[in-house]
Design a protein around this ligand. Structure first.
Ligand SMILES: Nc1ncnc2c1ncn2[C@@H]1O[C@H](COP(=O)(O)OP(=O)(O)OP(=O)(O)O)[C@@H](O)[C@H]1O
Length: 684
């Protein structure tokens, strides 16, 4: 970077007035290759009290990153931020939260409002986070809404407001704590031009009246010129120039700055480079991947499918691979049996496959080109083995039967048994603890449901169905109850519900915190994701093995096997739900002083509610799909009826018990689905 592009110190703010100072702030992110890439590069900047300073620059120039250093949403790699002379890097967690919830407000490009809260509660959020009473925060929020021209909208939800109104709510929330510093990250860019102008005027009047020091990120030069007292221009993370709009327009630091503000001048000057040619404004276009030329014809012909693999087309390689093996087998078989039709068909197929591979691998590609040696070796070895297999059908078994060792199997199985025996003795108290805990839950649910008179359970279910999904589901639930009662499945249904209920409860207790951990810690995600993949691909019966090995038979191992089976979707959907919470909403809470716990319970979990409910639904359905398998190890319930019917080849009884299981899955599924629909309706 040329020296002239980075003035070492911004001295255009007078010392006495300075409320905010950035000293040599640098933020470097590690790139994939490992070398750090500075998003912000040694920025020095001073901001005067009550000043509106616009951070300007093209996309990717580091504006948002720099802005987030001021409330420590981002920590600098080096350098420091001082507020009234005090370095904020030294603040304790509590002092930092105090700073955020009392002195700094923040407004986001996509508003960062919480869709599950009313407008009033959104505005009151910063006060709620610092523990103000409801009366105080609602009074303050109502005042701000009035100031923003939104009186009467407090009880509405954000989705009921226009974009401009939503940003007014965002502004009201940022101002509700009477901050003396306001950070705004492209606050007007998501609004249409008329609304934008209107809101800009309103915003300017408000911050001038209240004397708030404002840093506003924008990439719109006209907006910066219209609003700013001073503009700081960033390019590739460096501060290129700072000064009043007039200074920037009249004496731009270089041709690029001049270009940037060209449209804001009364008559746009045309910039010429040294040779006199008109210079274009540099655009920040994504770097195009270099185009890799196609293979030469002889290479493509010789390599065949391996050429496709070398061009990064793995899927087509395997298609070509299978086609060539089939073609070879047909042709060689034809030669061996003197069937010339087979020979012709085989050779035609081979030629077609080669030609397709040839033409596809001749096209230039934009992806990285990999080696062809290994795919070619695999192809040649496989072709040789196929030819050999066709020509010598009755000879050696060495390539047809994998060499097996029963002795190795028995030894390994014995070691596993030894390990299980050892862990049962060593961790006896832990095993007893698990057994007691699981048994308490399952027996607790079973005895409660069994103790209650059946009409109480039935009425509660019908009422729940009616309230959550309406009359149709209430009638379906009544019919289901009638079916279960009339055919004598009531007691077995209670046993099944106890099994499923305790499994779902335990899966929730383990799955939700694990899902949260996965969402928040990439390391945990990398570690556990392969395990979850394995868990979700195992057949249901396999889950019985660890449960029986460690916990023998009965209801406890049945619940444990069910929990292991049904846990993965609960973890995954919790993690997914938390990861999908809009970044603006999370940042808004943190920027206004939320602790990690407050961020989780007030923002992330409520916004992940849909995903959590889907997880619970999946867990219920999967637990119910395990009841027949669990009955094999003594879980009882409706699964036992199905199993007995199967054993005695009584299809009719099996069907009736099976339908009872389906009904147990259907009703909670409908209730949850309808609750999801209601939630979607509320927020869209
Ligand atoms: N968490 C991150 N990890 C790696 N690189 C990042 C991260 N955040 C930002 N960057 C990179 O830092 C540079 C500056 O990003 P930043 O978002 O601050 O730019 P900007 O000027 O605000 O752009 P825009 O106007 O598009 O929001 C970009 O190259 C971006 O890719």
């Amino acid at each position: 970077m040329p020296e002239r592009l980075a003035p070492p110190i911004d001295d255009s703010a007078e010392e006495g007035d300075v409320v905010l100072e950035l000293r040599g702030v640098t933020k470097a992110y590690l790139r994939k290759g490992g070398s750090p890439l500075p998003a912000v590069n040694h920025v020095n900047l001073k901001v005067r009290r009550g000043e509106v300073l616009c951070l300007m620059g093209t996309s990717g120039s580091g504006k948002s990153t720099l802005l987030r250093h001021i409330n420590r949403l981002i920590e600098p790699t080096s350098g420091e931020v001082l507020i009234e002379g005090q370095a904020i890097s030294g603040l304790s967690h509590k002092a930092l939260r105090d700073l955020r919830s009392r002195r700094i407000g923040m407004v986001f490009q996509h508003f960062g409002l919480l869709p599950h809260r009313t407008v009033l509660d959104n505005v009151a959020l910063p006060l709620e986070l610092r523990g103000e009473s409801e009366a105080v925060r609602h009074a303050a929020a109502t005042r701000q809404l009035q100031a923003m021209g939104l009186e009467g909208w407090g009880e509405h939800y954000p989705h009921e407001l226009s974009g401009g109104m939503q940003q007014r709510v965002g502004l009201a929330r940022a101002l509700v704590t009477d901050p003396d510093i306001l950070l705004m990250d492209e606050p007007f860019s998501a609004l249409d031009p008329t609304i934008r102008r209107d809101l800009q005027r309103h915003f300017l009047a408000l911050v001038r009246e209240r004397g708030i020091t404002t840093l506003l990120v924008t990439h719109d030069p006209a907006e910066a010129v219209r609003l700013a007292d001073r503009i700081a221009v960033l390019r590739q993370g460096r501060l290129v120039q700072s000064g009043t709009p007039k200074q920037l327009l009249e004496t731009p630091a270089d041709a690029e700055v001049a270009d940037f503000f060209r449209d804001c001048l009364p008559a746009a000057p045309v910039l010429h480079d040294a040779g006199g040619a008109v210079r274009q404004v540099p655009e920040t276009a994504p770097k195009a991947q270099p185009v890799q030329p196609g293979l030469r014809s002889w290479q493509a012909l010789l390599l065949g499918p391996a050429a496709l693999a070398a061009r990064g087309r793995g899927g087509l390689f395997w298609l070509g691979f299978a086609a060539e093996l089939a073609a070879l087998a047909t042709a060689v078989q034809g030669i061996a049996s003197a069937s010339w039709i087979s020979v012709v068909v085989g050779l035609a197929l081979l030629a077609a496959s080669r030609f397709t591979a040839y033409s596809l691998s001749r096209q230039p590609v934009r992806r990285a080109v990999s080696s062809w040696a290994l795919p070619l070796a695999v192809l040649l070895v496989s072709q040789a083995l196929v030819i050999w297999r066709v020509l010598t059908p009755d000879t050696t078994q060495a390539f047809l039967q994998f060499p097996a060792s029963r002795q190795a199997l028995l030894l390994t199985a014995q070691s596993l048994d030894d390990f299980i025996g050892w862990s049962q003795v060593t961790f006896e108290s832990a095993f007893v603890g698990v057994i007691v805990a699981v048994r308490t839950v399952i027996e607790g649910i079973e005895s409660l449901l069994g103790w209650l008179p059946w009409p109480v359970c039935a009425l509660a279910l019908v009422l729940l169905a009616w309230r959550s999904a309406g009359m149709a589901l209430a009638l379906t639930s009544s019919a289901a109850l009638l079916y279960i009662g009339l055919f004598g499945f009531w007691e077995r249904t209670i046993a099944t519900l106890a099994l499923v209920g305790s499994s779902v409860l335990i899966a929730l207790v383990i799955g939700v915190p694990t899902g949260i951990l996965l969402a928040k810690r990439p390391f945990a995600r990398r570690l556990l994701t392969p395990l979850l993949d394995v868990m979700q691909t195992l057949p249901t019966f396999v889950y019985l093995i660890p449960a029986v090995a460690f916990f023998s038979v009965g209801k406890t191992p049945a619940v444990i096997a069910t929990v292991i089976f049904a846990l993965a979707p609960m973890i995954r959907l919790t993690s997914l739900g938390i990861q999908e919470v809009p970044k603006d909403a999370v940042e808004a809470a943190i920027a206004h002083g939320a602790t990690p716990w407050q961020t989780l319970v007030k923002v992330q979990l409520p916004l992940a509610r849909r995903s959590l409910l889907l997880g619970i639904n999946q867990t219920i359905v999967m637990s119910l799909s395990m009841v027949v398998v669990a009955a094999l190890i003594g879980a009882g319930g409706l699964g036992y009826d199905v199993m007995t019917a199967l054993r005695n080849i009584k299809g009719g009884e099996g069907v009736l018990a099976g339908v009872a299981i389906v009904l147990c899955a259907l009703i909670p599924d409908r209730i949850i689905q309808s609750s999801l629909r209601k939630q979607d309706h509320l927020h869209n």
